[in-house]
Design a protein around this ligand. Structure first.
Ligand code: PGA
Length: 249
C-alpha cells in the first residue's frame, strides 16, 4: 500500500555533461520499474536532468532548499526556483548538511514547511552518529529529529513527505545497518509519526526509506523488511547500472 521509492542522492557529483550521460543510460534501464524512481541532482544539473528525463518515469529532486521565499541569502536557492525547473522532491536535513553546514532540527523543520507550502515533496533525513549509537541513543535521536522535523506540519501534508533513515556511520562507508536493525529503527520513526498524528497516517501516508551504503547486493534484503519503503542511494546512484539494479531490487 506504500509505494516503494528509490531516490539517488548525487551529492556534489556530476557536471551537466556527466548528468546527460548518466541519465541517458539510466532511462531505458528503469523504464519498467515498479518503484517510484527519483534522482536528486546538484542545482547546476537540474535543467539538464529535467530535459533528459522529460516523459520518462524518472522524477526530479534537489538536494536542499532554503526556507525563505526570496531575499538576501547569498548562495541559497528558493522553493520557487526549484519548482520552476520541474523539481518535485527535495532532500532536507541530510547528515552531511547537519554535520558540515550547521543544519539543525529547527532549520530542517523550516525548510520542510517551506517546501510543502511551495509544492515540493521533502525527503527528510534522520539518523544517529556512531557515537550516539554506541551510547545507546539511536531511538532517542531519531525520535527527537522526527518530532522536530514535523513541528507545525499539518496532517493533510503527510502523504507528500518521505523520511530517510540514514545511520550516519553507514553513509559512504560500505557498512550497512543489518536489515533487522534498519527495520527496527524505522519502526521507531513510524511509531513517532503515529504518536504525532495517528496510527493510520503513519501506516498509510508516510514512506520511510533506508539510506547508507545501500547497493545492488543488499537492496533486496533491505527492501524485504516490512517497515522499509525505499532507499536513499549515494555512491551506487552514480552508476546507471548499479542504480537501476537497486531500483529493481
Ligand atoms: P551512500 O550515501 O549510499 O553513499 O552511503 C547515502 C546518502 O548519503 O544518502
Amino acid at each position: 500500500m506504500r509505494k516503494p521509492i528509490i531516490a539517488g542522492n548525487w551529492k556534489m557529483n556530476n557536471t551537466k555533461a556527466d548528468t546527460a550521460e548518466l541519465l541517458t543510460a539510466l532511462k531505458p534501464l528503469v523504464k519498467d520499474a515498479k518503484a517510484e524512481v527519483v534522482v536528486c541532482v546538484p542545482y547546476t544539473a537540474i535543467d539538464t536532468a529535467a530535459n533528459i528525463i522529460k516523459g520518462s518515469n524518472i522524477k526530479l529532486g534537489a538536494e536542499n532548499v532554503h526556507w525563505a521565499e526570496k531575499g538576501a541569502f547569498t548562495g541559497e536557492i528558493s522553493v520557487k526556483m526549484l519548482v520552476e525547473l520541474g523539481v518535485e522532491y527535495v532532500i532536507i536535513g541530510h547528515s552531511e548538511r547537519r554535520q558540515y553546514f550547521g543544519e539543525t532540527d529547527e532549520t530542517v523543520n523550516m525548510r520542510a514547511k517551506a517546501a510543502l507550502a511551495g509544492g515540493l515533496k521533502p525527503i527528510i533525513c534522520v539518523g544517529e552518529t556512531l557515537a550516539e549509537r554506541e551510547a545507546g541513543k539511536t531511538d532517542e535521536v531519531v525520535i527527537r529529529q522526527t518530532t522536530g522535523a514535523f513541528k507545525d506540519i499539518d496532517k493533510s501534508e503527510l502523504d507528500k513527505i518521505v523520511i530517510a533513515y540514514e545511520p550516519v556511520w553507514a553513509i559512504g562507508t560500505g557498512k550497512t545497518a543489518t536489515s533487522e536493525e534498519a527495520n527496527a529503527t524505522i519502526k521507531v520513526i513510524r511509531d513517532t509519526v503515529a504518536k504525532l498524528y495517528c496510527r493510520d497516517c503513519a501506516e498509510t501516508k508516510v514512506r520511510i526509506q533506508y539510506g547508507g551504503s545501500m547497493n545492488p547486493k543488499n537492496a533486496a534484503e533491505l527492501m524485504a523488511q516490512p517497515e522499509i519503503d525505499g532507499g536513499l542511494i549515494g555512491g551506487a546512484s552514480l552508476k546507471a547500472v548499479d542504480f537501476s539494479q537497486v531500483v529493481k531490487y
